[in-house]
Design a protein around this ligand. Structure first.
Ligand SMILES: [Zn+2]
Length: 259
């Protein structure tokens, strides 16, 4: 049976998604230094989406790979070629309209897995606009950036000098995940930048050479496929537990489909 929503026929889709889970990966096409492809955020969001959908016998949507712009303090910014993006106002409108049509389906739960740091506020805004329109009703929504599910205890055990997620752009965690999932797309270069930028600070003008090393904001040394595999499993485990427990939701409707 197809696990991708778009592989269903129109005649099948209403029955198959009724009360069930749909997982939408949201990525980007963004520079990730000289060692990783532009597709990192999309590859990772899509890779996380598959097992999450599977755990709930749900369906995945195709990854959305053109999204928010790259900012210097969290993505190296647009001085590096290859980032293909839309402005935040366009992104909110795009997401809102896509969500409006998606919620016309009788799905019971939407999970959005975000892989691109700068997408998050626009995603949450679009979801909330759709909620305000009354299109979601009492259906469940879990939208998160994958790194938000990484436990502090995991970071304490598995990493040293963690620079913060904004600075992990193209750093040890993304490099390790890519070495685990798509080693064919990772080059041998391992640039290190010893002064990660501050989070939540907008600067102009920006000296790109001060804030990055070839588009890398922190360090890549110590990346490994083994670490990537551990991180991948950790995030999947956390995501499935959160969705299954309904963590953060006020109540669970009796009789709601638990898959
Ligand atoms: Zn990234």
């Amino acid at each position: 049976m197809p696990r991708e929503l778009a592989d269903l026929t129109s005649a099948q889709v209403l029955d198959r998604v009724a009360g069930g889970t749909v997982v939408w990966p949201l990525g980007a096409t963004e520079q990730h230094g000289p060692h990783l492809p532009l597709s990192v955020d999309s590859v990772l969001a899509e890779a996380f989406a598959g097992p999450i959908a599977e755990a709930f016998q749900g369906f995945t949507l195709p990854v959305q790979a053109i999204a928010a712009r790259s900012l210097p303090q969290s993505g190296g910014g647009l001085s590096f070629p290859g980032t293909v993006h839309v402005g935040g106002d366009t992104l909110v409108r795009f997401l809102r309209e896509a969500l409006q049509s998606l919620f016309r389906l009788p799905l019971g739960r939407l999970v959005v897995v975000n892989g691109h740091f700068e997408n998050e506020p626009f995603l949450f805004e679009a979801l909330d606009q759709v909620r305000q329109e009354g299109l979601i009703g009492d259906r469940e929504v879990f939208a998160f950036s994958w790194w938000s599910l990484v436990q502090d205890s995991w970071l304490a055990t598995e990493t040293t000098d963690f620079p913060g997620w904004h600075a992990e752009h193209a750093g040890v965690t993304e490099t390790s995940l890519m070495l685990h999932l798509r080693p064919d797309l990772v080059t041998d270069l391992r640039p290190d930048h010893d002064r990660p930028p501050r989070a939540g600070v907008y600067l102009h003008p920006v000296d790109v050479d001060q804030i990055t090393e070839q588009g890398v904001l922190s360090s890549t040394s110590g990346s490994s496929a083994e670490l990537g595999e551990k991180l991948f499993s950790h995030v999947i485990e956390q995501a499935v537990a959160m969705i299954r427990d309904g963590a953060g939701l006020l109540s669970r409707k009796a009789g709601k489909k638990e898959q």
